[in-house]
Ligand binder design. Structure first.
Ligand SMILES: [Fe+2]
Length: 397
């Protein structure tokens, strides 16, 4: 179901060029030439882990053959800190490069966005926190994801940690000129990372579809991504060398990234409160929250959640409750934790999580207004892992 009932303006920002195919990363030099980037120095920003695995060689070698010498910054470990961004900015400005290429997961790609913008502008990283306009356009930027999940290759945001708190730099200027989707680079992802990142992509698609900022553009991407992930995540998890599944998941993760034009809803807020207490990876905390998010918004989005259920379960009879149970079952099949209790969060800490969710991660995009009375039962059900019980009692409208 793609709705056209909103007479307002719908806009979509996406990379100017997207490539998908085995070995696509080897085409970067051709891509740069197409943008009139003169042969010479380019900056390559990568995760340390990606560099260790040798994945950047798939990018560096062909770039060199095309006349582009890559200066490599591979100090990205986990969630990027402000200090890392400052160090990267200094490095990027020293390089005098003609383009920036980010290779890795969401963190490396986010940092590459910042590097492209700050290499072309003066000032410090701290000057650009929040929603910003850069006086000068960023350097040409290409992003090459090595996980199929975050969708950062399609978004206008860069996330970093400033003094222990999440901060963002948000600007349409941060969207890359190109997203290069090379499934070969995701082939060596272990099953657990395949699952966690793929489930993050599923959360982006499902949450964007519930958002009050959903548009016909994001609706079409969200439905397609959900259908692909329902079909291909399990095969990719079972056999990482199944390239058809890898291609499908990398494509779906990109679509999920584009869905973020509509924003996400309460599930991502709940996920952040989990992340602040445990070392649960982002995708896992998101997918744990997803069944409850679906039920929480069911009464406000009945037709949409029915449509999403039909796509995910491939059945015209499927309902929103079926969808929530399906996500919970998928989590079980993929070995994900399914309750807050299971990941060591005490029941006594739930009130504090509710408060934090409301205060730090309010979600005006959620179709049901968040408040204490509504969130507490969600957290309680999630603590017990009781999706069925929440389906019986949650009647938010
Ligand atoms: Fe996410």
């Amino acid at each position: 179901m793609i709705s056209f009932d909103n007479p307002g303006l719908s806009t979509l920002t996406t990379p100017r060029q997207v490539m998908l195919g085995d070995g696509a990363a080897a085409k970067l030099a051709d891509l740069l030439k197409g943008w009139q980037v003169q042969p010479g120095r380019v900056l390559l920003v990568a995760d340390r882990e990606v560099a260790k695995l040798g994945l950047i060689d798939a990018v560096k070698g062909p770039l060199a053959a095309g006349g582009y010498e890559a200066g490599v910054f591979d100090a990205i470990v986990g969630e990027p800190l402000l200090e890392t961004a400052v160090e990267l900015t200094r490095f990027a400005r020293e390089q005098a490069c003609g383009a920036v290429i980010g290779v890795g997961g969401g963190s490396a790609m986010d940092m590459a966005k910042l590097a492209a913008a700050l290499a072309a502008n003066s000032g410090e990283v701290k000057d650009y926190l929040g929603i910003v306009t850069f006086p000068r356009p960023p350097l040409p930027l290409a992003l090459v994801p090595t996980t199929a999940g975050t969708g950062a290759e399609a978004t206008s945001v860069s996330m970093l940690s400033v003094e222990g708190r999440k901060a963002i730099v948000l600007s349409p200027q941060l969207i890359p000129l190109a997203a290069v989707l090379d499934p070969v680079l995701t082939r060596s992802l272990p099953p657990r990372v395949t699952a966690a990142t793929g489930l993050d992509a599923l959360s982006h698609a499902c949450e964007a579809y519930m958002s009050v900022r959903a548009t016909p553009f994001t609706d079409s991407y969200a439905l397609t991504a959900t259908g692909i992930i329902a079909r291909w995540l399990k095969p990719a998890y079972d056999d990482g060398t199944n390239m058809e599944a890898r291609r499908a998941m990398l494509f779906a993760a990109y679509l999920g990234g584009v869905c973020l034009n509509a924003g996400v809803v309460v599930g991502h807020s709940v996920a952040y409160t989990i992340a602040n207490r445990t070392r649960t990876p982002h995708g896992i905390s998101c997918t744990m929250a997803l069944p409850y998010t679906i039920l929480f918004n069911r009464a406000a989005r009945p037709e949409r959640l029915k449509a999403l259920a039909e796509v995910a379960l491939q059945s015209p009879a499927a309902t929103a409750v079926d969808l929530a149970l399906w996500v919970d079952e998928l989590n079980a099949v993929l070995g994900m934790p399914r309750s807050l209790n299971e990941i060591g969060i005490p029941a006594a800490g739930l009130d504090e999580m509710v408060e934090e969710c409301l205060k730090r991660y309010p979600r005006p995009t959620n179709p049901v207004e968040l408040n204490r009375e509504r969130l507490k039962p969600l957290y309680e059900a999630m603590h017990a892992g009781d999706v069925r019980g929440f389906a019986r009692t949650c009647g938010n409208g």
